[in-house]
Design a protein around this ligand. Structure first.
Ligand SMILES: C[S@@+](CC[C@H](N)C(=O)[O-])C[C@H]1O[C@@H](n2cnc3c(N)ncnc32)[C@H](O)[C@@H]1O
Length: 288
């Protein structure tokens, strides 16, 4: 095809072709570095017809109708997506994972496909009769599996980003669980204070650190206690040390502010490599 347009592919251009992609229904997202070499950039900007044909050929090869390209996730706390559409009108996608339906717009919010094993693990925990707080709900990555698969009685889902709130409420409708979900819009530093003493379980799914809400999460537990899922990025060689730090930090807080007597680490999950030598871990802590 490039030959038809008088373009000869150099080694560098071949090297810069996408070798992997994310699939969301009929939409594929190409990696952020693909087609970004100086040769590709100048050819694609000067030859819009060729560009269009390349996007169409890739979409056809991948069996999708729409194509987008990944970009850096914004470093703001909203974790806004900066994905851009290459082919197709909009970035709205709906997909089903382990029987749970999700909806989101890839151009507006990020979706971490690397957390799939953790999503499945959390969804396999029996939460029958439990009241759960998801402090960083996003589009419902964990909220929806906890409602649909774990059978949580009710979830309070805290979320700051209006686009994620919209996606979460659509996801809840698709799964028929709106009557068991309360979306609490706003900064959880404020909103968690209105949820004290309510929860059997609190989920803290934020990276690189969830430490800013550890104390608030303890305050949200019922007086009978419960479980907190603590997400963190930790250097692989420091995981044990960090778990001890987490325990002693919680112990100090509980001693000063609560009547709980036991704090136990029930599980440490190594979810994924976040960066070389750095693990995304989840510490499941039982406090009662
Ligand atoms: C990293 S995303 C969740 C990612 C998800 N755990 C996954 O597996 O892909 C974190 C979510 O927390 C929300 N968030 C960040 N800070 C917040 C805060 N202070 N209060 C409420 N929501 C917050 C962001 O808007 C975002 O939707």
């Amino acid at each position: 095809m490039c030959e038809l347009f008088g373009v000869e592919l150099s080694e560098e251009m071949i090297e810069n072709l996408p070798k992997k992609w994310e699939l969301h229904g009929d939409l594929a997202i190409l990696p952020k570095h693909s087609f970004r070499s100086s040769n590709w950039l100048s050819i694609l900007s000067n030859q819009p017809q060729l560009q269009q044909q390349i996007w169409q050929a890739i979409a056809q090869a991948l069996g999708v109708n729409r194509l987008a390209q990944q970009a850096e996730i914004s470093s703001d706390r909203l974790r806004t997506s900066q994905v851009t559409m290459l082919l197709g009108e909009n970035g709205e996608v709906e997909f089903t994972d382990y029987g749970v339906k999700f909806w989101f717009d890839v151009t507006k919010v990020m979706f971490s496909s690397g957390n799939v094993t953790e999503r499945h693990r959390i969804g396999s925990i029996d939460m029958t009769d439990e009241c759960v707080i998801d402090a960083f709900a996003g589009i419902g990555y964990y909220t929806l599996p906890m409602l649909v698969r774990s059978g949580a009685r009710h979830i309070y889902a805290c979320e700051l980003n209006a686009d994620s709130v919209d996606a979460l409420s659509r996801g809840a409708r698709l799964n028929g669980v709106t009557n068991r979900l309360t979306i609490v819009e706003g900064d959880n530093q404020d909103t968690l204070k209105n949820l004290t003493g309510l929860a059997d379980r609190v989920h803290l799914g934020i990276l690189p650190s969830s430490e800013s809400v550890w104390h608030l999460a303890v305050d949200c537990l019922k007086t009978t206690g419960g479980v907190i899922h603590i997400h963190m990025n930790v250097k692989e060689v420091e995981v044990d040390e960090f778990v001890m730090y987490c325990l002693s930090e919680l112990q100090d807080y509980v001693t000063k502010h609560h009547n709980f007597t036991n704090i136990t680490v029930i599980h440490v999950e190594k979810v994924k490599w976040y960066a070389p030598h750095t693990r995304h871990i989840v510490i499941d802590v039982c406090i009662d």
